[in-house]
Design a protein around this ligand. Structure first.
Ligand code: BGC
Length: 423
């Protein structure tokens, strides 16, 4: 696996050295404190998005210190964060999502952002479901960046044409297209063989095959009667049917490398959230031209949401705290929300952002977010840390990965592991 844990970009080391030199020369007052930000946005579209935030902060006289930890889905980043906080040396901000915000908040290490939230009227700016995730005991401690839709299928248009197919809307259509792509010499499904990516595909199949109510009963409520059920068995069976359409070299592959296969036409399709679109765009491709974004089979009228956010840690250095506050305000500004999300593939989380420059995938995402909420088909991503705390999420994720990777593991055994989570 390509994971360099704790890799801090070389540029920031250089900046640190220059800063040290400046202080030695007595120029300390002229140099802003550094705002250290931990994140896992290292792929092409992600890095472009982060660069925007760095620039906006620099324009306000604050210095960004990059603490990038490679590893899609953030497993490595979360491990590194744990160590840093345990050593009493937290970064100013860290990419922390969902219930983990609560877990960190309860430890009493996060900063209270209520005054900024009041000043910028956050309660009116973000949907309630989002605001609640950012609060601990009613106080804001984190700031939301975007909304990603997870249940997408990315398709290379030329590969689809060669397979003589239309974008699949049901699983039967999907397997028929996959079969034809394989016959045409294209890897039908680009897959990155890492547990979080298997879990991502799995949750999409679960929503499609079981429906939103089933999804909520299983993954939000952890209802044993859903975790072990004929519906879950059907989810697992459908999920496993996808595997023969992936290639042998998938093991350990990073998600963006899988996306690159679709970009180059080596593979036809990929199940992935819309951070994948950032990769297509960074490669100069356009939706509807070289690639297509369609809802994963059977999920057009539903939406799995994944919200990125930054939690802020309490800081001792008042200058660093100032930079941190500037970071928070910038993230919530319409200008940042627009540019960042144009690169990232997600949609803005705050209201009133100009959507004119957003492409058809994003327009569709926005429309479906609202429509799914009305239909009660809007569900949080289990694979992307939106529902359960880390411990439970990990058990489910590993059970799914074991099922995918070893044919001898049965659906029954896997459902047994799911149910054990409740205990
Ligand atoms: C994050 C995205 C990120 C993706 C791949 C997801 O969990 O929400 O922002 O692009 O992982 O690393």
């Amino acid at each position: 696996m390509n994971r360099k844990v704790g890799r801090v970009k070389a540029g920031s080391k250089l900046k640190g050295w220059v800063l040290g030199g400046a202080m030695a020369l007595g120029l300390a007052t002229a140099v802003a404190a550094q705002v250290e930000v931990l994140h896992w946005w290292t792929a092409g579209g992600e890095a472009k998005s982060v660069a925007e935030l760095k620039t906006l902060l620099a324009n306000q006289g604050h210095q960004w210190r990059d603490f990038a930890v490679e590893g899609g889905g953030g497993d490595s980043a979360m491990a590194v964060l744990g160590d840093r906080v345990a050593n009493g040396n937290p970064p100013a901000a860290a990419q922390i999502k969902g219930p983990a915000i609560q877990e960190w908040g309860k430890k009493g290490v996060l900063a209270n952002l209520d005054d900024i939230a009041r000043e910028q009227a956050w309660d009116a700016q973000v949907p309630r479901v989002v605001g609640d995730i950012m609060k601990v005991d009613g106080h804001y401690v984190a700031v939301p960046v975007n909304v990603h839709r997870v249940n997408w299928l990315w398709i290379n248009r030329e590969a689809l044409r060669r397979a003589g197919g239309r974008p699949p809307r049901s699983w039967e259509e999907f397997f028929a297209v996959a079969e034809r792509m394989q016959k045409a010499g294209v890897i039908a499904v680009a897959h990155g063989g890492q547990p979080w990516q298997e879990f991502t595909t799995f949750e999409v199949v679960a929503l499609s095959v079981g429906g939103a109510d089933f999804y909520r009963r299983a993954f939000v409520k952890l209802d044993p009667a859903a975790l072990r059920s004929p519906a879950m068995e059907q989810v697992l069976t459908t999920f496993r049917r996808i595997k023969p359409y992936t290639d042998k070299a998938a093991t350990g592959r990073d998600w963006n490398k899988a996306t690159a296969m679709v970009i180059k036409g080596e593979a036809g399709m990929q199940f992935m959230g819309d951070w994948a679109k950032g990769e297509f765009l960074a490669a100069g491709q356009k939706p509807g031209e070289q690639f297509l974004c369609v809802a994963a089979p059977g999920t057009e009228r539903s939406y799995i949401f994944n919200i990125d956010s930054f939690a802020m840690f309490q800081l001792k250095d008042p200058r660093a705290a100032q930079g941190q506050r500037a970071l928070v305000k910038t993230i919530m500004s319409p200008g940042f929300q627009e540019t960042f999300n144009l690169n990232k593939g997600s949609i803005p989380v705050v209201t009133g952002v100009n959507r004119d420059r957003f492409d058809r995938c994003s327009q569709e995402s926005s429309a479906h977010f609202a429509a799914s909420a009305m239909l009660n088909n809007l569900v949080p991503s289990i694979a992307h840390r939106m529902v359960q705390g880390d411990a439970k999420e990990k058990v489910l994720r590993e059970a799914v990965a074991a099922f995918w990777n070893d044919e001898r593991v049965t659906a029954d055994e896997t459902m047994g592991k799911f149910v054990a989570v409740v205990k």
